[in-house]
Design a protein around this ligand. Structure first.
Ligand SMILES: Nc1ncnc2c1ncn2[C@@H]1O[C@H](COP(=O)(O)OP(=O)(O)O)[C@@H](O)[C@H]1O
Ligand SMILES: [Mg+2]
Length: 267
């Protein structure tokens, strides 16, 4: 199982949207486990899971009061399973902080189901909490969505900083698959000036980290959300390239060739 964490240290950057579509796209060809690591529980909502009072969630999985498998539920999508979250996940904070190696806990727990899935997709929370660090540290590969705004460029700075800190203290070896510009605004053939400038700043900050093609601002999505709909089957999201890059990496890993192509896969 390869674990991909969707992380970005601000709200509204596109983490949950990315995790949702990525997990669903990968589930067309692979067995996928989605993990909702955000107490806001948006991924749980999108995957139409209702947490009942006595049902284990990620909180119980992290605290090890249940077997990991007991916290995994099917979703309406075939081959896609979920470890859900609810508000109570905030309580994991204390447990992780007190455990001495909070950042390593999720990665350890997921080892138990390593052989059951091809991919695990983790939706990280927006603040630099212990849960967030644990979600980042569990990743073999990371995807960082950033809104095409100044806030998005700042989120990239905070996220790269958190990853660098993990590399320092925990010998973390996760690789950044790419940065995904989110809600990029275009008018016909021309990109809005604000988005262009924000993404130019982000590319400067990112140095040699690759960028995926932007997700454009879409009225269709906004409307769907305004009416409280969960995301619709028909909404086509431009994750084909990300899924292709991941599947290619996966086959490279399976063939036991070096995975040094990571950086050149996404443009
Ligand atoms: N292409 C899009 N255009 C406009 N709004 C979008 C688009 N995709 C998602 N959204 C909306 O953007 C908001 C933030 O996205 P979300 O994935 O929840 O971010 P995060 O998980 O980082 O907080 C959500 O309300 C979502 O419905
Ligand atoms: Mg979210």
């Amino acid at each position: 199982m390869k674990t991909i964490t969707v992380a970005s240290l601000s709200g509204g950057q596109g983490k949950t949207t990315t995790a949702y579509f990525l997990a669903r796209s990968l589930a067309e060809n692979f067995r996928v486990l989605a993990v909702d690591a955000d107490p806001q529980a948006s991924l749980t909502f999108y995957l139409q899971h209702q947490v009942e009072e006595d049902q284990p969630t990620l909180l119980e999985v992290l605290r090890k009061t249940v077997e990991v498998e007991d916290g995994i539920y099917p979703t309406p999508t075939e081959n896609l399973f979920l470890i859900p979250a609810d508000r109570a996940l905030n309580q994991a904070q204390e447990y992780l902080a007190g455990s001495g190696a909070g950042a390593l806990v999720l990665s350890r727990r997921l080892r138990d189901v390593q052989s059951l899935f091809d991919f695990c997709i983790i939706d990280a929370p927006p603040q630099e909490t212990q849960i967030c660090l644990s979600a980042i540290a569990a990743a073999d590969w990371l995807t960082i969505p950033i809104e095409a705004t100044v806030k998005g460029a700042n989120s990239l700075v905070f996220t790269l900083d958190a990853i660098a800190k993990l590399k320092d203290v925990a010998d973390y070896e996760g690789e950044i698959l790419g940065i995904l510009p989110f809600r990029d605004r275009w008018f016909g053939y021309s990109q809005s000036k604000d988005c262009r400038e924000a993404l130019a700043a982000a590319k400067h900050i990112a140095e040699d980290i690759p960028f995926f093609p932007s997700v454009r601002e879409s009225e269709q999505i906004k409307k769907a959300m305004r009416f409280g709909n969960t995301l619709d089957e028909d909404l086509n999201y431009p994750f084909a390239q990300m899924v292709e890059a991941i599947a290619l990496l996966q086959s490279t890993v399976n063939n036991q060739q070096p995975s040094k192509t990571v950086k050149s896969l996404a443009v």
